[in-house]
Design a protein around this ligand. Structure first.
Ligand SMILES: Cc1cc2nc3c(=O)[nH]c(=O)nc-3n(C[C@H](O)[C@H](O)[C@H](O)COP(=O)(O)OP(=O)(O)OC[C@H]3O[C@@H](n4cnc5c(N)ncnc54)[C@H](O)[C@@H]3O)c2cc1C
Length: 221
């Protein structure tokens, strides 16, 4: 489905109906949003009813992965290869306009469509499971963690979604007010939303005097 290496081909499903100028289909933009997010929401139809579940994810090149207990309801359903729609949203600002109607939000969001493919081989699952850790905290999987056991691999289902049908939508900037409303003496503008991480809190059950690593002290995503 990829037309070339850097663009995702638009489909009927991924074509925006409104404000199409906010649509983006280049991998650089799409992947930067995915890589900056901590969780996704995955929607699917189960026994004829809509379901949506929040979950962690990882991206490796052109594949998106979710994982979970092999007995989790959503994981069992999704591993059977049914269609899913995955949503990732970063909220960047509240946009205060001169009319209630024109209030808005600045955001970056991605919607992915695809049917999941269960990753069966243990040697494939191992680096993918490490990618979940490193997606949240780059380098963490290589910092002396207990190795992933054969039992972990048996107990954990990993599902791959090839990233070949998706769209991004991005809103930036100030309110778009109606021309006559600019005369109103009401404040208008943007309240930026910044993500902040706190000071790491050491587990009181630590048995070795291990210093807090820099990646925890200076964590940013
Ligand atoms: C930030 C975050 C990250 C997560 N990451 C993972 C992950 O990587 N892997 C993983 O397996 N699970 C993850 N979970 C948990 C995941 O959302 C499910 O709860 C989990 O997969 C177990 O589902 P289940 O089999 O109990 O329920 P299912 O059988 O999948 O769902 C049955 C019903 O349980 C309820 N339910 C299930 N999950 C939730 C929920 N999170 N909140 C409210 N109601 C719920 C719903 O009503 C749903 O219809 C994460 C949750 C959060 C919030």
């Amino acid at each position: 489905m990829n037309k070339n290496n850097s663009q995702i081909q638009r489909t009927k499903r991924t074509t925006l109906n409104r404000l199409s100028k906010r649509g983006h289909y280049d991998k650089k933009t799409l992947y930067s949003i995915l890589d900056s997010a901590l969780i996704c929401h995955i929607a699917y139809v189960y026994e004829g009813e809509p379901r949506v579940i929040p979950t962690a994810f990882a991206r490796i090149e052109n594949d998106f992965f979710i994982h979970g207990s092999r007995v989790a309801g959503n994981i069992k359903a999704l591993a059977s290869g049914i269609m899913a729609s995955i949503s990732i949203t970063r909220l960047d600002g509240l946009v205060l306009a001169r009319s209630g109607f024109n209030h808005s939000m600045n955001y970056r969001s991605v919607i992915i469509y695809g049917a999941g493919i269960k990753v069966e081989k243990h040697e494939e699952k191992r680096p993918i499971l490490n990618a979940f850790i490193d997606h949240l905290i780059p380098g963490r999987s290589d910092d002396g963690l207990k190795p992933i056991s054969e039992q972990d691999l048996i107990d954990t289902t990993v599902i791959r979604y090839p990233l070949n049908e998706m769209s991004a939508k991005i809103r930036t900037g100030h309110p778009n007010d109606d021309e006559e409303d600019y005369n109103l003496p009401v404040w208008a503008g943007v309240i930026p939303i910044l993500r902040q991480f706190g000071e790491p809190i050491t587990d009181p059950k630590m048995r070795h005097p291990t210093p807090t690593p820099d990646y925890a002290k200076t964590y940013q995503k």
